[in-house]
Design a protein around this ligand. Structure first.
Ligand code: DLL
Length: 465
């Protein structure tokens, strides 16, 4: 082969490679026209309303809103906006099974939230629901670039939390090999990653970072693991954290979203090709963005609260569920070919908002500011307290190992560390108008996450006593 012919061939191969079609799990569903999708959504919502109309809670809720003969009167998808919302407290107040629309004899599995803020919220799945969930997870895996030949290390917690078992059965259905690692025992997880050669890692982003740091601290060579793609979710994370995980683990990190009340993981997934927003599996979950104060639906692209309606669920379908998550929706076509709407990565939960000396701030905004300061490690906690009827915030953040190596062991009062503290305070002030105390922490002193990270420690209720 001549030199020119050789390069022409390489060029051809590269074009062929870059032009290779994305692997789409269910092309008929994921790429249908918006018109077809709307017709399907209308049909499914109409059937769903018949189903929920038999449930006592919904009968009462609709009657209170002056809605009668709902199932008969429902004509078009736009009628959705006249339906009342469902809230997390509705599930708690009707604990455990009050919102179920099927007898327990038809329910194959129960999951529940941890209940740290009160009674757990309990959800159930019929056999068909479990099939639908597997489908949503399989679509999500393909969307992230996984292949049925892959080995998938699943470090989401197994148990009542939907992350572990939800993805587990999705991975099996997809045809890949699942390693049911669950959360914790990081040393052993790394051993499994090394010995089993998983190409896909599933965990919370904070736990992925924990794995990365554990490897670095124990001088474990990155080349001993084979992970190329991370599917991370279950907690808010920022672009800055994505960059850190990607550079520390040398992988592509993608965002997966979900919530137990609607299904679990796999409600939406970022695609490998676009990496700009998460495709919502809209033939299963109807998304809306509303103004959290007025409840009005907001136009495309505006930031507000995500609301979901189940249109393909039997055991506990939820109508207009107020997720409390802040995001935006976009309907423009995506490079990957999927026609389903995309939601922007969740910025935060509405109830995570802190009001510090009159400034409204979300933990993710603080994370963004901290992670762009080179001298810091991405391990932090926010301690909120009350002094003289005012909320005060202490940002506790670790200094990086490199800085300790350069400046020596961390000591209060040392000039370099004083300057660093001031730099952080200035960044918080300039970026979000926030006045906070900053406490530099020694490397490895902020507790590491094994599941959902605890970012905020709220001492206000203790202070009030
Ligand atoms: O966290 C389900 C899940 C498991 C999603 C594994 C992704 C991966 P819940 O425990 O019910 O369910 O918590 C749901 O977690 O309302 C969001 O506030 C938050 N959340 C979930 N995924 C993301 C994400 C699972 N990708 C709550 N980004 C949701 C930001 C997320 N927040």
């Amino acid at each position: 082969m001549t030199f020119i012919a050789f390069w022409a061939n390489v060029d051809f191969l590269m074009v062929a490679k870059t032009k290779s079609e994305p692997f789409i799990w269910n092309k008929n569903a994921e790429c249908m026209s918006r018109g077809e999708l709307r017709a399907l959504q209308t049909k499914r919502l109409s059937e769903m309303l018949k189903r929920v109309s038999k449930n006592e809670f919904y009968q009462k809720r609709f009657a209170e809103a002056g809605i009668t003969n709902l199932a008969e009167n429902f004509k078009d998808l736009s009628d959705l906006k006249s339906l009342p919302f469902t809230y997390k407290y509705d599930l708690r107040n009707n604990y455990p099974f009050g919102l179920f629309c099927e007898p327990l004899s038809n329910v194959s599995r129960i999951h529940a939230s941890s209940g740290t803020k009160g009674k757990p919220t309990v959800v159930g799945y019929t056999k068909n629901d479990l099939e639908t969930w597997k489908e949503a997870c399989a679509r999500s895996l393909a969307c992230a670039g996984a292949k049925p030949a892959d080995i998938v290390h699943n470090a989401y917690g197994y148990g009542l939390f939907t992350g572990g078992l939800g993805m587990h059965y999705g991975i099996e259905h997809f045809g890949a090999t699942v390693i049911p690692a669950s959360g914790g025992r990081t040393q052993q997880q790394i051993l499994l990653l090394q010995d089993f050669g998983s190409r896909i890692l599933l965990s919370t982003p904070s736990y992925a970072l924990n794995i990365a740091y554990h490897m670095e601290e124990n001088a474990i060579d990155l080349s001993t693991i084979n992970v190329e793609i991370g599917i991370f979710g279950a907690e808010p994370w920022t672009e800055e954290l994505r960059k850190q995980i990607e550079s520390k683990l040398q992988i592509k990190a993608l965002d997966i979203y979900g919530l137990s009340e609607i299904m679990g993981p796999g409600v939406s997934m970022e695609c490998l090709e676009g990496r700009k927003g998460l495709h919502v599996w809209e033939d299963l979950f109807l998304p809306e963005i509303i103004d959290p104060k007025t409840g009005e639906i907001l136009p495309e692209g505006e930031e507000g609260e995500l609301v979901f309606t189940n249109i393909q669920k039997e055991a506990i379908p939820v109508i207009r569920y107020r997720t409390g998550d802040i995001s935006r929706l976009y309907y423009e076509p995506c490079v990957c070919g999927r026609t389903m709407a995309r939601m922007e990565r969740v910025k935060a939960r509405l109830d995570d908002m802190l009001i510090i000396r009159g400034v409204n701030v979300y933990p993710s905004e603080i994370e963004q500011a901290l992670l762009s300061i080179d001298e810091l490690a991405p391990h932090y906690q926010l301690v909120v307290n009350r002094e003289k009827a005012l909320d005060v915030l202490e940002v506790q953040v670790e200094i990086s190992e490199e800085i300790v190596a350069r400046w020596g062991e961390f000591e209060d009062g040392q000039v370099e560390f004083e300057t660093l503290t001031q730099k952080i305070q200035k960044s918080l002030k300039e970026n979000m108008g926030l006045t906070a105390d900053v406490k530099l922490m020694k490397p490895r002193s902020v507790p590491r996450s094994e599941g959902k990270a605890v970012r905020v420690i709220d001492k206000r209720s203790q202070a009030a006593k």
